[in-house]
Design a protein. Structure first.
Length: 610
């Protein structure tokens, strides 16, 4: 319904309701008033009529009719009796003389011969019995209602007669009708005046109700501006004030809830953990970006989506179902991805924010934790293995020497040489482990200075040249002429570059080529060591910078590597604020890149790497 139509409907409805109620109330008042006023007025008029008749009767008894004319045998009034009747009737009453047997002797308005016997008339019987009598009844003789008053009159030497006086009721009826007309006319005037007043009041009332109704619609639509209360001092004004208070309180509550909702949404949206809420029907009510990212979805699922359609991990679905069945909390671990597996700890907790139960799902990324656990296990196993091999060799050859090989000059020197080589390997391994321990403890001291990138490269290549010549490898340098200076520790940067060159020499077949190049973007210098060696499989590339990780274990041990060189190089580069990565293809060689910041005056300092 349109607002205008609704408003008119409200006004008309109120008007007709108020008008109908007023008319009904007026009629309910007027009818009893008319009824009781008519009865009271009629009773008063009748009382006055009887009093008038009584007075006339007293006058009549004071000057009674001539006794000689009251013959009970003749119904023809004498002239004296007619004269008396005329004198009594001059007061406007009807006078009748009736014998004790009920026969009319004379009447001021009718012929006595035509009149019925009046012995059974109530006023006649009462007058004969008590001396006088009253009645109000219809006269058959003259066909109208009359007030009757009869009085007994004793006739000397004969039976008594009854003098009856009658007054027509028409005068009473006319007076009552005149009063009723005035009453209804006055009521009509009151009705018209009060009707107009009620119309104005109802229109005002309807408009005030309409304003309140419009205000309530505004509040329902989110507009909480207060309404101006009418200064009438009535219940509607109190209602308007109450609605204003309610709207203000609701506005504050909604603002608070909105802020809390926005804050919660911002917190949940910025969380790296995946968060989702599932109702009892296994449908998602909420899911943040982290949840979508963990499950590798293009966007967060829409509210109402089925959990089974979104989640493919059976463990997570079963955990949610266990919670929905009544378990307070269930923890599980899910794995996503195939080539690059990721591990997530799933915590599903029961929630009863409403009458319907649900579950909150939180997915926490524990990939790094699992990776660290794997690295720790591998580290312990590798360290044990790396130490065991040279120690076993040293122990075995020492026992051989003690068993008598010291007397064999030919083998004695060879055995001692093997012991020396394995002890040197243990020393290198120990030094590398100590170096890594310092890096892990943030106790790596760096003396950052301004270095010439080309000089660092040239020095490392010259150191490597002898080993390259022994394997018939060609080492070349490709540096731009305007390469800026770098900020770093000379010994540590040279150690990184030397480590990469040693790896390139070790894993490049004879006749291959190694190229050292560099480039700059103005902020940092990127060094690249390229080779035409055996290459690194794609699956192993993310792990080659881990401690003791080897792509080809047999070849690494054959060349005497500890498996810690690339890990140390990664720590040293990151300590300088750079990064290191590899690009490789099996059978076509590898390219190791690392970056060092371009020198700025504020870089020159002696500091401990953090």
């Amino acid at each position: 319904m349109a607002p205008g139509i609704f408003s008119r409907h409200v006004r008309l409805n109120l008007f007709w309701k108020l008008g109908s109620a007023f008319v009904a109330l007026l009629i309910a008042v007027l009818l009893p008033v008319d009824y009781y006023a008519e009865r009271t007025l009629r009773r008063d008029y009748e009382r006055a009529g009887f009093e008038q008749l009584t007075s006339i009767a007293r006058i009549a008894l004071a000057s009674p009719p001539p006794v000689s004319s009251l013959s009970t045998t003749s119904r023809t009034p004498s002239p004296a009796l007619r004269e008396w009747l005329a004198k009594m009737a001059a007061s406007g009453v009807r006078v009748t003389v009736i014998t004790s047997e009920g026969l009319a002797l004379a009447d001021s308005q009718s012929d006595p011969h035509t009149m019925e016997n009046h012995a059974e008339r109530p006023e006649i019987r009462e007058a004969l019995a008590n001396g006088d009598g009253l009645s109000l009844r219809h006269s058959v003789t003259i066909n109208r209602d009359l007030l009757y008053y009869a009085v007994r009159f004793s006739v000397p030497g004969g039976p008594p007669v009854v003098l009856r006086f009658a007054l027509p009721v028409r005068a009473v009826n006319e007076e009552v009708w005149a009063f009723r007309s005035r009453l209804w006319f006055s009521s009509l005037i009151v009705f018209l005046v009060t009707g107009m007043a009620s119309l104005l009041i109802s229109r005002t009332f309807a408009r005030r109700v309409e304003r309140l109704q419009f205000f309530s619609r505004r509040v329902a639509e989110g507009d909480f501006r207060p309404i101006d209360a009418d200064r009438y001092g009535d219940a509607l004004e109190a209602l308007a004030v109450s609605l204003n208070d309610s709207a203000a309180h609701l506005d504050r509550a909604i603002r608070t809830l909105t802020e809390e909702r926005n804050l919660s949404a911002a917190i949940l949206g910025s969380m790296v953990e995946g968060v989702a809420i599932v109702n009892s029907a296994e449908r998602l009510l909420f899911a943040n970006e982290g949840f979508a990212g963990i499950l590798e979805l293009d966007s967060p699922p829409q509210p109402g989506s089925s959990l089974v359609e979104v989640v493919r991990q059976t463990e997570l679905i079963e955990a949610v179902r266990d919670v929905l069945k009544g378990a307070p909390r269930v923890e599980a671990e899910i794995i996503t991805g195939t080539l690059r597996r990721r591990f997530f700890a799933a915590t599903v907790a029961s929630v009863k924010a409403t009458e319907n139960s649900g579950a909150v799902v939180v997915l926490h990324d524990i990939t790094d934790l699992r990776k660290l656990e794997r690295v720790r296990r591998d580290f312990v196993a590798n360290v044990s293995h790396e130490f065991k091999t040279p120690l076993t060799a040293i122990q075995g050859f020492a026992e051989t020497l003690l068993a008598g090989a010291m007397d064999d000059p030919q083998n004695r020197v060879r055995f001692l040489q093997i012991i020396l080589e394995h002890s040197q390997r243990l020393a290198r391994l120990t030094d590398d482990l100590l170096e890594l321990s310092k890096m892990d403890a943030d106790r790596l001291d760096l003396e950052v200075d301004r270095l010439s990138a080309s000089q660092v490269v040239q020095s490392c290549v010259e150191t490597t040249q002898r080993l390259a010549n022994e394997k018939h490898l060609r080492v070349s340098i490709n540096l731009p002429p305007s390469l800026p200076d770098i900020a770093g520790d000379r010994r540590r940067i040279a150690e990184v570059l030397q480590n990469l060159l040693d790896n390139a020499i070790q894993y490049t077949p004879s006749g291959g080529e190694i190229v050292v190049s560099a480039s700059s973007d103005g902020q940092e210098v990127t060094f690249t060591v390229s080779d035409t060696g055996i290459g690194i499989p794609q699956v192993d590339q993310p792990r080659i910078f881990e401690r003791f990780y080897r792509v080809d274990v047999a070849r690494s041990r054959e060349v005497g590597g500890t498996g810690l060189g690339l890990s140390i190089a990664k720590h040293l580069v990151e300590a300088h604020g750079g990064r290191v990565w590899v690009e490789s293809e099996v059978g076509r060689g590898s390219q190791f890149h690392f970056t060092v910041p371009v020198f700025q005056p504020q870089h020159a300092a002696f500091r401990t790497a953090r």
